[in-house]
Design a protein around this ligand. Structure first.
Ligand code: KG4
Ligand code: ZN
Length: 342
């Protein structure tokens, strides 16, 4: 028997190249998490092609939503509210999820809750860490974002720093392409790095003038490209595993240093990571070591909840829903939505 008080959120995510739907019960229990990835399609082009992404979302969205309901063992009648990512992301891709969510909300008369994609990534930490509650500091590292955030309360954020140029995941993807690993580069660099020496090449650890918490990765990317070019010109064979490991170490060093600096400066004893790059094995290991030596509790989602998924949107949608957040049928896709804005 279902408890009448139970809150079931049907969540939809389509901001980039994953068409995803999920049913989340009472905020932290994931009843289903269906993800239809377009990665194989975009691999042919070396990156996400927005127009292809939108078209694929249209083909898949209804099927993914039906599967999410079926796997959760619920019908639309059991759903309390519909949550959907409405930004940031690719506008055409976002529009598919937003339109589907609006149609379901309108047809069923259930409330609609627009969710910020980054708020979703952060909230992925609540799924497996039942004891985690705000306030805490969180590093969000994905293909499109690198944000150091204070989670003051559910749905309340203060951004301490972000990237001035490339996102961390973007740097992984670009460097992977340069050494011939293909798209998406993060997991491939992660794997190849295990065979390489992280001290083989000294790549720069960028500091941003005037900010302790902002990041910059374009200089590092250029340094890798310059290194590859100079090897080619001198006729020196490149050890790809060493380049991958040395690049990864440079990214990890900067992410750990900035994050720990913020955690200590603000006196937090809890720190979490989120986003696709948060599944990087070397980054996780470095944070485990740094946090345990400083008596900071370290949280991270499982890899499936790090990369884009709808369960994280269901969790964030739940906390927004119980706070009273409601979106109208005029909800629009906002490609450059800022965290904390509605
Ligand atoms: O969060 P996400 O799925 O999408 C965005 O919101 O951007 O993140 C995708 C990014 C890609 O750049 C991908 O290369 C990176 O996360 N990524 C990784 C790993 N797995 C995914 N980067 C480093 N190591 C990994 N294991
Ligand atoms: Zn994402």
């Amino acid at each position: 028997m279902e408890n009448r008080e139970d809150v079931h959120i049907l969540a939809i995510e389509s901001s980039c190249d994953e068409t995803a739907a999920s049913v989340v019960k009472n905020g932290r229990q994931v009843l289903s998490n269906i993800i239809s990835s377009q990665i194989d399609l975009h691999t042919l082009y070396g990156g996400v092609v927005p127009e292809i992404a939108s078209r694929k979302h249209i083909e898949k969205i209804n099927q993914v939503i039906e599967e999410a309901l079926k796997e959760a063992g619920v019908t639309l009648e059991d759903i309390t509210a519909i949550a959907v990512t409405y930004g940031p992301g690719l506008v055409g891709a976002l529009l598919v999820g937003v339109s589907a969510a609006k149609a379901i909300a309108f047809a069923t008369g259930k409330p609609l809750v627009g969710v910020h994609h980054i708020e979703g990534h952060i909230s992925a930490n609540y799924i497996e860490n039942k004891q985690l509650e705000p306030p805490f500091a969180c590093l969000v590292v994905s293909g499109g974002h690198t944000h150091l955030v204070i989670v003051k309360d559910y749905g309340e954020y203060e951004i301490l720093g972000c990237t001035r140029d490339d996102a961390a995941g973007e740097a992984f993807d670009k460097v992977a392409r340069a050494i011939g690993l293909g798209y998406p580069g993060g997991p491939k660099i992660d794997k190849l790095s295990k065979e390489g020496n992280p001290d083989a090449v000294k790549f720069p650890r960028a500091k941003v003038d005037g900010s302790d918490y902002d990041f910059s990765f374009s200089g590092l990317k250029s340094a890798v490209l310059n290194y590859l070019n100079s090897c080619e010109m001198k006729g020196i064979a490149v050890n790809r595993a060493d380049v991958a490991a040395s690049f990864q170490e440079a990214v990890v060093d900067v992410l750990v240093e900035h994050s720990l600096h913020a955690v200590k400066a603000y006196g937090f004893d809890k720190f979490a990571i989120a986003g696709g790059v948060a599944s990087n094995s070397s980054l996780r290991a470095a944070f485990e070591t740094a946090c345990s030596s400083q008596k900071i509790a370290f949280f991270h989602p499982s890899p499936v909840f790090c990369t884009d998924n709808a369960a994280m949107i269901g969790v964030a949608g739940y906390y927004e829903y119980i706070k009273g957040t409601r979106s109208g049928y005029d909800l629009n896709a906002i490609p450059n939505l800022r965290l904390g804005e509605r």
